[in-house]
Write a protein that binds this ligand. Structure first.
Ligand code: PFF
Length: 452
């Protein structure tokens, strides 16, 4: 049998796991979610979810991956035969997530090139196509800007090249280059944002809690969904990544490091984004809440508008959009590894076959579907379905499986073989609590959707 490729160093795995976690979710998704769901009051459920659900689930996925050394479906099958389906469910989620995530990276990549000339002029909304959306007309980004089609093709070309390189020469090398680059780019952007006039107003809006919202189940579900998305859990990504760990790799401090790095980055992104919104609010005399919205709105409409008015905006634009691209790529490869490792381990495929039979069709789907008339609204719909339900259900199923099969103790013992922090009652309790909270919030949310 061929020996399984492994990460070259401990740092290599940590960088890759952090690279997966830190992504568009931190910069493009978190600030808007936090603002929409209660400002500072969102931070409480968010931190609670990181500590009691995020880090414990990271540990569960790392342990499953390292123990079985198989992609998600085969790993679940080893735990309990019929549970293989959980892994294939995660493959479906990974497929949809990766194909739309690539589109956002492609938008950002095009904006790197649009920034030097501030190409959107004084109407970034119309440039992005918002006017067409408002008028209810079908939108076709690429009819107007073939550059974006090229950008999407370039994103997929880079991703498949990295995948073809395997673990050390592909995934590990890419993260070794991208993470330091990301820190520098992001650092400059945040410092510039904080020194803008009006930054303090923005931060007030971000951190001022709306306590009356804290009891809403929506806030809790949104916080859990954000943590799952942001830490890349529930989709088998971390099972796949840790299936390439050496048997003696340490797990617990890695999970804490990744969780901490990701949240720091996320809070800093929120601080940066809201400083800039504060500046804009003062310049344009518009209240901040009219400037925020989740997703595309802030990054591709509000931000470009602000850049046009900001001293040095063209330069900061290049850095900001490049930050999105670099952060996005290291996350996208961690999504694509889910189907790759699944098919390779279940059906003995080679990496070359995965690139041709899985990678190219994914790229083709991404290119064919999202550039169409309904592409941009599909991005929002897929984000909602995948993040709100897909990942959370994947994580829930993993926890239920570990408990229902009684394997949870064996998994703790496997982790404890090398872990500095010993997994025991606290871990079991956190996982069980997470399952209860998820079942409750999902139930309420589905009930709410039906009532609507
Ligand atoms: N964590 C990534 C982000 O914050 O953008 C997104 C992500 C990657 C989600 C991998 C899920 C996943 F399995």
């Amino acid at each position: 049998m061929k020996t399984r490729e492994t990460w070259g160093t401990r740092a290599g795995f940590i960088l890759a796991a952090a690279g997966s976690a830190i992504g568009l979710g931190n910069i493009w998704r978190f600030p808007g979610e936090a603002y929409e769901f209660g400002g500072g009051a969102f931070l409480l459920p968010y931190l609670f979810a990181i500590l009691t659900a995020g880090i414990p689930l990271l540990l569960l996925e790392y342990t499953i991956g390292r123990k079985y050394r198989l992609g998600p479906p085969s790993a679940f099958r080893s735990i309990y035969r019929p549970a293989e389906g959980i892994g294939w469910w995660q493959n479906a989620i990974a497929f949809f997530l990766a194909t739309f995530y690539a589109v956002i990276i492609a938008w950002a990549l095009s904006y790197v090139f649009f920034s030097p000339s501030l190409a959107w002029g004084d109407d970034a909304g119309a440039f992005f196509g918002v006017e067409y959306l408002r008028a209810g007309e079908p939108l076709d980004f690429f009819e107007y800007r073939p550059a974006m089609l090229g950008a999407l093709a370039a994103v997929w070309a880079v991703v498949l090249l990295i995948m073809a390189g395997g673990v050390r020469k592909g995934l590990e090398l890419a993260n070794r280059i991208c993470i330091p680059l990301l820190l520098v780019l992001f650092g400059v952007v945040v410092v510039r944002a904080l020194t803008l006039e009006g930054a303090a107003e923005g931060l007030n809006a971000f951190f001022t809690p709306q306590w009356d919202k804290i009891g809403d189940y929506e806030i809790w579900l949104a916080a859990y969904a954000q943590v799952f998305f942001s830490l890349s859990i529930g989709m088998g990504t971390m099972i796949a990544y840790s299936s390439y760990l050496k048997k003696h790799s340490e797990l617990s401090t890695t999970a804490v490091t990744v969780g901490f790095a990701n949240s720091s980055f996320e809070l800093l992104a929120g601080i940066g984004v809201f400083s800039v919104l504060g500046f804009m609010s003062g310049e344009a005399d518009v209240p901040i809440d009219q400037l925020v919205g989740t997703g595309g709105g802030v990054a591709f409409v509000t931000f470009p508008t602000i850049l046009s008015q900001m001293p040095g905006g063209a330069f900061i634009g290049v850095l900001f959009f490049a930050t999105l691209v670099v952060a996005g790529i290291t996350s996208l490869i961690s999504m694509v590894i889910v189907p790759f490792s699944s098919f390779e381990d279940r059906f003995g495929w080679s990496r070359k076959k995965s690139v041709l039979v899985l990678g190219l069709p994914m790229a083709a789907f991404s290119l064919l579907i999202y550039p169409t008339a309904n592409g941009s609204s599909m991005v929002d719909a897929v984000d909602f379905a995948v993040s709100g339900y897909g990942l959370v259900l994947g994580g829930l199923a993993t926890i239920v499986l570990a408990f229902a099969t009684g394997k949870i103790k064996a998994l703790a013992a496997e982790a404890n073989r090398t872990s500095m922090l010993k997994l025991g009652n606290v871990w079991y309790t956190c996982l069980a609590l997470t399952a209860v909270v998820l079942v409750y919030t999902l139930y309420k949310s589905i009930q709410g959707q039906i009532a609507d």
